[in-house]
Design a protein around this ligand. Structure first.
Ligand code: URA
Length: 223
């Protein structure tokens, strides 16, 4: 963290719109410098399901919305096939700025480091505090390692729903009145849509079908 970085301090009681506004000026790590904007999560405050990806990509950075590039289009297709309406879900990322290296005119994705995940985490916790989701889906290893365990292996443990406590839930949910008293949150991790796009042709359909199968587990749990 350079000296100009200021730890993220999400305001409370402001809802998702207030958080989004506050996050627009985030300087908790250096990634804001080369990017267009903070890409905050998107979706209704009433969402029962939260998808957490890694970080915005090139198109997301330009448009200011998560999962609107090629990975987002694949996710949309898989959600529709699994019977999940994207409009009912909240979609966000573990890191809210695009990390990349410049190669000529192209911006090449770089995996965020632990320092970026740490710096951005207060925003994710604040999103969970507002949403109090019933199900959280980690899309890919970065989100799963950040939210489940550093030793989590997507290949071995994907597609399984298990009880999970959102980080900081003891204080985050403390203000809930009786009507929305804290409930059990469930977690499931699955492949990142970008990993499917990178899968060799001969194995891509199977990888995609496995993503849809995992999403059907979530749809079933919400039914
Ligand atoms: N990949 C992600 O993890 N998130 C996005 O928003 C886009 C691509």
């Amino acid at each position: 963290m350079s000296q100009e970085n200021v730890p993220a301090q999400p305001p409370t009681g402001v809802g998702l719109d207030g958080l989004r506004t506050a996050a627009a000026g985030c300087r908790a790590c250096e990634l804001w410098e080369g990017t267009t904007q903070t890409v905050f999560g998107e979706g209704p405050e009433t969402a029962r399901i939260v998808f957490v990806g890694e970080q915005p990509g090139d198109q997301e950075d330009r448009r200011g919305e998560p999962f609107v590039g090629p990975a987002g289009r694949l996710l949309d297709k898989a959600l529709a096939e699994a019977g999940i309406d994207r409009g009912d879900a909240y979609i966000t990322n573990a890191v809210k700025h695009f990390r990349f290296t410049q190669k000529g005119k192209r911006r090449i994705h770089q995996t965020p480091g632990p320092e970026h995940l740490r710096a951005c985490r207060p925003w994710l916790e604040a999103e969970f505090a507002v949403l109090q989701p019933e199900v959280v889906v980690c899309l890919g290893a970065t989100a799963a390692k950040a939210l489940i365990s550093p030793s989590f292996r997507i290949t071995k443990e994907r597609g399984q729903l298990f009880p999970w406590t959102p980080p900081g839930a003891d204080t985050l949910f403390a203000a809930a009145d009786d009507e929305d008293a804290p409930h059990q949150t469930w977690m499931l991790a699955t492949t990142h849509p970008s990993a499917i796009l990178r899968t060799p042709d001969e194995a891509r359909d199977a990888a995609y079908d496995a993503l849809v199968a995992d999403l059907r587990v979530v749809a079933h749990a919400l039914a």
